[in-house]
Design a protein around this ligand. Structure first.
Ligand code: NDP
Ligand code: X2W
Length: 345
């Protein structure tokens, strides 16, 4: 059995990790930490998991959680995973970090958008953990940077078109919408019921910190320097991300060619589903699952390709993808413990 420790287990991605891992056939959860709930029974905080986990929260002690675990999931806010990574490397264990701390190839990009980066052990070998793109490079790493929720939906939506050179690299526009759980469980005025309910708002317009993450991976896929227009929106629902992406086809490329390319690119993937012609994703159809649904259309009027992609931000956008990465790190079939359809209706 793989011994798993979860730091930041009391947050929304933490509780989703425990929902998934408590049913994983190869996992034993050996330790959970929180900032404010030390000593408290997990199911006392989250009764939905009563009978599935029988642990109390520990105070976060990096050395202790690393000692008893084979792999640590860090579900802490940005900026907290560096110390853990250094210790993990020293003790020859693995870290899957759900924050943005290790997502950037160039740490100066992180510093510009998030803040200072402390000294990192040169032996930290890390990878951007979007398995559909990077699983082959995952073998020898000790730190997996789990992707952001918006970037997951966007990169999966654009990967085949860019990898096969079917779409133009300039002028890509991304309109994304997220449920409120994307902001975590930390209370904030902006996320109060009366602020979010019956309201939709754009935020982070022209400055959201997921823009450079999206650009890094799209540039990698297309082997060029891609800039995108990315606008996220907050919508009054709990879970889910829907991204609508507008781009231009290269000369001679048709929707038929694009659809064939998407189907081929994802033909061996367990979690990415290309919808039939004329069908478009709904967040409801991915709710609680690790699936990403993608729909495609060609707008004759403007000559644009429109790609619509839906995920559950807490599953494929965070904890499900993290477990997918763990399965890869430990040589298990990638869908182990994850092969559940969405909850519907
Ligand atoms: N929510 C989402 O959809 C997604 C989130 N992420 C990323 O995953 C990470 C976790 O997100 P999420 O679960 O939503 O966040 P939450 O705010 O819900 O949970 C954060 C967790 O970190 C703990 N924590 C907070 N501050 C500290 C601190 N200073 N020292 C130690 N522990 C601390 C909290 O403890 P306590 O409960 O005691 O406060 C809690 O366990 C973040 O980096 C986020 O950016 C990535 C993709 C999607
Ligand atoms: C709705 C909402 O607030 N969403 C969050 C997404 C947070 C996240 O997952 O981002 P990192 O892991 O990169 O910090 C936001 O826009 O900040």
């Amino acid at each position: 059995m793989i011994k798993v420790g979860i730091v930041g287990a009391s947050g929304y991605t933490g509780v989703e990790l425990i929902r998934i891992l408590s049913l994983h056939p190869e996992v034993d959860i050996v330790g959970i930490t929180s900032n404010n709930h030390e000593g408290r029974e997990y199911s006392d905080l989250y009764p939905s998991l009563k009978g599935y986990i029988n642990l109390r929260f520990d105070e976060l002690c990096e050395a202790e959680i690393i000692r008893k675990s084979d792999v640590i999931f860090s579900a802490l806010p940005n900026g907290h995973a560096y110390g853990l990574a250094n210790e993990v490397v020293a003790k020859n264990k693995k870290l899957i970090d759900l924050s943005a701390d290790f997502r950037f190839n160039d740490f100066s990009v992180y510093e510009k958008w998030y803040g200072p980066v402390p000294l990192i052990d040169q032996k930290v070998k890390r990878i951007y953990g979007l398995p559909e793109i990077h699983r082959m490079e995952m073998k020898d790493v000790n730190v997996v940077a789990n992707p952001g929720c918006y970037p997951t939906s966007v990169i999966l939506g654009l990967a085949p078109g860019l990898r096969y050179g079917l779409i133009k690299t300039e002028g890509i526009i991304i309109d994304s919408k997220s449920g409120v759980s994307g902001a975590g469980h930390k209370p904030s005025f902006a996320n109060l019921y009366a602020e979010c309910n019956e309201s939709v708002k754009a935020y982070g317009v022209a400055c959201h910190r997921h823009t450079p993450e999206i650009e890094q991976e799209l540039s990698y896929l297309s082997e060029s320097n891609i800039k995108v227009t990315f606008t996220p929106h907050l919508v009054p629902m709990t879970r889910g991300i829907l991204s609508t992406i507008y781009c231009e086809l290269r000369d001679g490329i048709t929707l038929y060619i694009v659809r064939e390319a998407f189907e081929e690119f994802y033909s061996n993937e367990s979690f990415v589903k290309i919808l039939d012609d004329g069908q478009f994703p709904r967040t409801k159809d991915t709710y609680g699952s690790n699936n990403c649904h993608i729909g495609l259309a060609y707008d004759e009027h403007t000559g644009k390709l429109i790609i619509v992609s839906a995920i559950d931000n807490l599953v494929k956008g965070a904890s499900g993808q993290a477990v997918q990465n763990m399965n890869n790190l430990f040589g298990l079939p990638e869908d182990t413990g994850l092969n559940l359809p969405a909850i519907y209706p």
